[in-house]
Design a protein around this ligand. Structure first.
Ligand code: GAL
Length: 473
């Protein structure tokens, strides 16, 4: 079995390279042949996995030459196919033209098919630079196999890479799980609230907040509600799925979240309030809304200013939608039971063209399952449960994720981003996020998988569906 092959595309670089680069490429090839000899001996025990370890070029071309102020030059995404039997991956990258020194990253990336390089090698990459890379997969006994060598060109990180490690502007992994977003009109800023799971215990250490103007670069604003405020002296350590909306009359930011005991039997919804999007939030307490259990929840604020708490109730069997009081701090008493005995959770609600949509997951804890969407003519229903909106690999398990929010992109009618958590139940802080374009066409919701994408894709999908709508009328 040929385990390490000559880069198939390497010839095409020759016409454009300078003489000294040719020497460098040659050096690279010499060094790779040596590696090949070393690799051949071990490949047979790794079996056919080597055939599958063909790097998928994640971003081989510089798509939109970026303006300087929008550039995260030092980053790109490497994408490769998972290898059956692999327990860890390592990456080798030839950095800059200086001697083609191969930098070996020792970081083990277990079952990760996407990677932000920024996280691994900091600021060594240049914008528009061409680099060579390969992946080394190792099985449980440490037998390794090398992939083909590929090249990549650095791109600005104004792309979404579902499931990838995603760092904030300080280079730390974003901790905003089970979260929701708020667009703040006064500051023209998006805020992302979620569970900060970077804690020593199994539980979140509170609700975090990140801010962004472009949905790509996120600045950590801090913990806006620490778990010490919500855990009742340890009785209710669970603080999950925080969502924040702004009340135009009281001028307060209102957060609702799932508060629970370790065995999830407490099943209450907590509420907190702040004068500023970036907190601190003042915790007001928790309740069983409308005297029924409440676990996974979300908030939905309609165009008329009315807001609703949407929560999995009756031991997760039935979804409730409850109109909040005008200050959003209490239940109004008006509520409906929906999706009765359908066992749906992780609700995310949005509106398009006077129709309301509710995406939810099944109830399998941290393990992914099939998403479904429901439609209604009003937030109070009746809600009709439809099929799975996901399309693409692993669509039957929400691409490995679980819904948490649908974001209407500010100022762009009909453009939505579906947001899910890709939970890693054995290491919750390293759970990642799945952001994907969501499209509504003739009341049908579609969430199409893209390994890497940017906001212009939303506009494209939307324009084609608008065109079709006009043709139909
Ligand atoms: C999921 C829920 C998560 C978390 C988890 C705990 O069903 O959506 O938010 O509560 O269960 O097992």
């Amino acid at each position: 079995m040929e385990c390490f092959v000559r880069p198939p595309g390497i010839g095409k670089f020759f016409p454009s390279v300078r003489p000294h680069s040719l020497i460098l490429v040659a050096l690279f090839l010499i060094s790779t042949s040596r590696e090949r000899l070393a690799a051949e001996g071990i490949c047979s025990s790794f079996g056919s996995a080597a055939d599958k370890l063909t790097a998928v070029p994640a971003a081989p071309v510089l798509l939109n030459p970026p303006a300087n102020d929008t550039l995260r030059a030092n980053d790109t995404a490497l994408v490769w196919q998972s290898v059956d039997g692999a327990r860890s991956y390592r990456i080798q990258i030839a950095i800059d033209s200086a001697l083609f020194t191969v930098s070996v990253e020792d970081t083990s990336i277990v079952q990760n098919t996407f990677l932000s390089l920024h996280h691994l090698i900091g600021t060594k990459l240049r914008a528009g630079g061409k680099y060579f890379w390969r992946v080394i997969a190792s099985d449980s006994v440490g037998t390794s196999c090398y992939s083909t060598v590929w090249s990549f060109i650095t791109i600005p990180l104004r792309r979404f890479i579902p499931g990838a490690l995603w760092c904030d502007t300080n280079g730390n992994l974003i901790q905003a799980h089970g979260g929701g977003l708020l667009y703040d009109d006064s500051s023209k800023t998006y805020y992302w609230y979620g569970e900060d799971r970077n804690a020593s215990s199994h539980y979140a250490k509170g609700v975090s907040c990140y801010s962004s103007k472009d949905l790509c670069d996120w600045k950590f604003e801090g913990i806006v509600l620490p778990d010490s405020a919500t855990n009742n002296g340890g009785k209710t350590p669970v603080v999950e799925r925080p969502k924040v909306i702004y009340n135009d009359s009281t001028k307060k930011y209102v957060m609702w979240m799932h508060i629970d005991s370790a065995d999830y039997s407490y099943a209450e919804a907590g509420v907190a309030v702040s004068d500023r999007a970036t907190g601190p939030f003042h915790y007001l307490g928790s309740e069983r809304p409308n005297n029924e259990m409440s676990r996974d929840l979300t908030l939905y604020k309609d165009d008329d200013g009315k807001a609703y708490l949407v929560y999995s109730s009756e031991n997760n069997a039935t979804m409730y939608v409850s109109l909040l009081t005008r200050d959003y701090l209490h239940q109004s008493g008006t509520y409906v039971r929906n999706l009765i005995n359908e066992s749906r959770e992780a609700p995310a609600v949005f509106k398009y063209d006077n129709a309301y949509f509710l995406i939810s997951s099944g109830t399998t804890g941290w393990a992914p399952n099939e998403a479904r969407y429901a439609t209604a003519g009003s937030p109070l229903g009746p809600w009709v449960l439809n099929g799975n909106p996901c399309v693409g690999p692993d669509a039957n398990v929400t691409f490995g994720g679980q819904s948490t929010y649908v974001l209407p992109v500010q100022g762009r009618t009909g453009e939505f981003i579906f947001i899910a958590d890709k939970w890693n139940s054995s290491n919750l802080p390293s759970s990642t996020y799945i952001w994907l374009p969501l499209q509504v066409k003739n009341n049908k919701v579609t969430i199409q998988w893209h390994a890497i994408w940017d906001l212009s894709r939303l506009r494209q999908s939307n324009e084609s569906s608008e065109k079709e709508k006009h043709l139909l009328h």
